[in-house]
Ligand binder design. Structure first.
Ligand SMILES: C[S@@+](CC[C@H](N)C(=O)[O-])C[C@H]1O[C@@H](n2cnc3c(N)ncnc32)[C@H](O)[C@@H]1O
Length: 413
């Protein structure tokens, strides 16, 4: 879809057509396309409107009811920030007294909408003409928001007095345009060196405008965190979605933090939470295992804050860096899962298979950390294919204790 088509879709006949479409149904799409053409709509407009309808259906997961009033590009939707996380970004700027945010690479405008929604003026740019046109359509309700098609590098930011109350937001593209995967989506990049605008540019903006934030891949190496900044890894429903680096007045706690976000609310874990556990050695042997096993949310683990769980449950990590913690006591930790340890043994297919058979299991859920084996291969070796009659399911945790591979049978608590 080019910028001209975005224009046609976001006004007059195109918009009316889009808003009149029934809820998206893949099976009904072809006949509907034909009916609309027969009714006199231009074939290219019909095709674009049906693509939007499909993208809107997919976008409900990220944007809820707002999706029905938005436009998307396929890549723009993939890369867009989920609305609750965008709202958290915007809240940092508002709390820091920022009044205008320059969004340098705004995509379809998810973050920009959250800024505007908190009454921040938005100056957004995107280098891609169609994406910038989509963002302009999505920000149409906010007169204090503007979108321009431009490269971030060409934006002249105000200086001196005019820069007071100014913020910069960057969500650099992690995709290589022109190179698509099997599903037609552009290829993702994970290295800091491959993002656009570049990491060097991001740091340059941060040096110029203190209130700068940049959303990066969760694979950000801890060593890349600039001095005095905060890197916050955030998960939504257990999936780590981003690591945002915050500078200046946007920093809440310098260093590494984790935000575990859910519908019910957000819990933040910091290095201070992990500090009491520093120096607690990992478990020496399987015999020292407690009654309970804990697994921290992945954002906490990505932030390298597994020590916070050790401190919280007065426990020990099973082995350095595996992220599983054991304790004798049952604690409620809202950013970790707790399991009762039913059995523990050195990882041997023969022994494990016998134990599972003796206890009436014919299928397994396998969780693993710190061991390299293929769960499907192990499932076949254990003959746990669920084809037996009347057996039950066991949850296996395959990991390490004191450097040796172990298998734990656990029950979610
Ligand atoms: C990850 S997306 C932004 C998503 C956005 N934060 C949202 O939530 O909708 C990155 C965007 O940056 C744009 N971009 C990449 N390099 C750019 C540059 N040098 N200048 C301006 N925009 C750029 C891409 O076209 C893409 O739309």
């Amino acid at each position: 879809m080019d910028a001209a088509m975005v224009e046609r879709l976001s006004h007059g006949e195109g918009w009316a057509l889009l808003q009149a479409l029934p809820p998206y149904d893949e099976a009904a799409s072809l006949p509907l396309q034909q009916r609309l053409r027969d009714a006199g709509f231009a074939p290219d407009l019909v095709a674009a409107a049906l693509t939007q309808s499909r993208l809107r259906a997919r976008a409900v997961d990220k944007f809820g009811e707002f999706a029905a009033g938005m436009l998307f590009t396929p890549d723009g939707l993939e890369q867009a920030t989920r609305l609750p996380l965008a709202a958290r970004h915007a809240a940092r700027y508002a709390a820091a007294g920022v009044r205008t945010v320059h969004d340098l690479g705004c995509g379809v405008g998810a973050d920009a909408m959250a800024f505007a929604g908190l009454d921040l003026a938005v100056r957004a740019v995107d280098a891609d003409p169609a994406t910038a046109a989509v963002a302009a359509a999505n920000l149409r309700h906010w007169p204090s928001a503007s979108v321009t098609c431009a490269r971030a590098e060409d934006v002249r930011l105000p200086a001196g007095e005019a820069a007071r109350h100014l913020g910069v937001w960057l969500d650099p593209a992690r995709r290589v345009s022109g190179i698509a995967d099997a599903r037609g989506r552009t290829k993702r990049v994970f290295s800091l060196d491959a993002i656009s605008p570049s990491w060097a540019d991001v740091r340059r903006y941060a040096a110029h405008v203190p209130a700068t934030g940049a959303k990066l891949s969760p694979s950000l190496p801890h060593g890349a965190l600039p001095a005095g900044a905060e890197a916050q890894w955030s998960s939504w429903a257990g999936e780590v979605l981003e690591c945002v680096v915050w500078w200046g007045p946007l920093v809440h706690e310098a260093g590494r933090t984790a935000a575990v976000c859910r519908e019910a609310g957000t819990v933040v874990v910091t290095e201070a939470d992990a500090a009491p556990a520093a120096g607690v050695p990992a478990l020496e042997s399987l015999e020292r295992l407690g009654a309970w096993l804990y697994e921290a949310d992945r954002a906490v683990l990505r932030a390298g804050l597994g020590g916070a769980l050790v401190a919280r449950v007065d426990g020990r990590e099973l082995d350095a860096g595996v992220g599983y913690v054991t304790s004798e006591a049952a604690y409620e930790v809202d950013w970790a899962r707790r399991y009762r340890i039913v059995a523990a043994m050195p990882l041997s297919t023969k022994h494990l298979a016998r134990w599972l058979r003796d206890h009436g299991h014919d299928r397994v859920t396998i969780k693993k950390r710190g061991v390299t084996l293929d769960p499907d291969v192990l499932r076949r070796q254990l003959k746990m294919t669920g084809r037996g009659r009347g057996g039950s399911e066991a949850t296996l945790v395959l990991t390490r204790v004191a450097g040796a591979q172990v298998a734990l049978v656990v029950a979610p608590a």
